[in-house]
Write a protein that binds this ligand. Structure first.
Ligand code: COA
Length: 373
């Protein structure tokens, strides 16, 4: 049975800053951020654009023209949920008025949470438990390290929503040949009650590369038993764009990673944690789907802490039309100053209006409220 990604959509905050501006404000050579880390711009979410609002917007887009009655599962991968108990997926189900017959839950393991959701959906369909139904998988996060930290230029926010089904149009996943690697490390974590992540940055880069080596070896061994021995492209988890180049060099000794295609959205949105790998896939396909139809793509997902997975898939026959407008997500954003960014980062209450289709409006009677237009 062929199973994989049938449709993909993205949602990002309304505002962004240029990393050049941030570098100047911090007294840093802009080339460190633009070449050393590889970014150009960074999405800035105000409190109204929370993880739920971004997830719901991305889901609404991916479901446009799709009959929700065909869904049987909704899973959100996130590491920046809004409640210790009630999952983001539950809010999304309500906001989009999705069927009450759905199985609904969140998955968490740092930036791997979205891949955990994807794998659960693939297994559910491949096992036959789906009984012909499809799954809605959403990766949604607000990446925050705080002002004046080394991680500051590697923040961002956004959501990627995907419909997972049989006979997928975008990417047919090679089920059963993933390689995985996990080890208990403190490279990145976020204690309860803190909005900003703690990170041992350089150590996290090393943990990522170590996990990549083990996961890739596992994939390669299983892939070779099926006669699969080459990949046309590889997409990586992208906490910052240079990381994907380091990863590619680590595996292939080839420092000439085709960054333009696989990273152009990441470079302008920043880190979106769980969705970063899928944002890279969206970048790649929005730029090169036509030449990649029928080609096999490698995918590496890494979640600090850590766990990771290397898997692969073949680009589907309708990937071109399904991914052509993904880059439009950048069209209606507003560039703000570093001063405005700093003001927004300090806010705890949502701005009155933010232009988003779905927005968090505040807490009433200890219940989070959302408006949808
Ligand atoms: N021009 C061009 N490049 C420059 C530069 C300049 N003026 N100054 C520095 N650089 C380069 C460095 O050589 C380095 O590149 P390299 O890694 O290829 O050698 C890069 O810019 C970053 O410089 P560095 O001094 O290592 O930055 P840093 O110590 O301030 O922090 C991170 C970098 C990634 C550790 C930090 O941003 C962070 O903690 N990010 C969050 C954690 C994360 O994303 N982890 C990834 C795994 S999940």
């Amino acid at each position: 049975m062929r199973v994989g990604i049938d449709a993909i959509a993205i949602a990002v905050p309304h505002r962004y800053i240029a990393l050049e501006d941030l570098a100047r404000a911090r007294g840093v050579d802009p080339a460190k951020y633009t070449h050393g880390l590889g970014g150009l711009e960074m999405a800035v979410a105000e409190p109204g654009e929370d993880t739920v609002a971004l997830a719901a917007q991305a889901a609404r887009r991916v479901l446009t023209g799709y009959d929700p009655q065909k869904l049987g599962l909704l899973v959100v991968g996130t590491e920046t949920g809004v409640d210790h108990s009630k999952p983001v997926s539950s809010f999304v189900q309500g906001l989009l008025d999705l069927p009450q017959t759905l199985r609904v839950y969140d998955t968490q393991h740092a930036c791997y949470g979205g891949t955990a959701a994807l794998m659960a959906a693939l297994d559910w369909i491949a096992s036959g438990a789906a009984d012909g139904r499809s799954a809605l998988v959403i990766c949604s996060d607000i990446a925050r390290y705080g002002l004046h930290t080394p991680g500051e230029p590697t923040q961002g926010a956004g959501a990627v929503a995907m419909i997972i089904s049989r006979d997928p149009d975008v990417l047919s996943i090679d089920v059963g040949i993933s390689g995985t690697a996990s080890i208990h490390v403190h490279d990145f974590w976020r204690p309860l009650g803190q909005r900003e992540a703690q990170v041992d940055g350089h150590y996290s880069v090393q943990c990522y590369l170590d996990a990549l080596g083990v996961a890739f070896a596992g994939w390669k061994q299983r892939a070779s038993l099926r006669g699969i021995d080459s990949l046309a492209r590889v997409c990586y988890h992208v906490p910052f764009c240079k990381m994907a180049k380091k990863a590619h060099a680590h595996l292939f000794g080839d420092v000439d990673y085709d960054a333009g295609a696989a990273l152009h959205l990441n470079a302008r949105i920043g880190n979106i944690y769980t969705g970063s790998l899928y944002l890279s896939l969206a970048s790649l396909l929005s730029a090169q789907a036509a030449e990649l139809v029928g080609s096999r793509i490698g995918m590496f997902s890494y979640g600090s802490g850590c766990t990771s997975e290397f898997f692969s898939g073949v680009v589907g026959p309708r990937a071109v039309e399904r991914t052509a407008d993904l880059a439009d997500v950048l069209a209606h954003r507003e560039r703000i100053s570093v001063g405005e960014y700093e003001r927004i980062m300090a806010l705890t209450e949502p701005l009155p209006r933010n232009g988003g289709e779905v927005r968090f409006t505040g807490v009433v009677d200890q219940r989070r409220q959302y408006a949808s237009s």
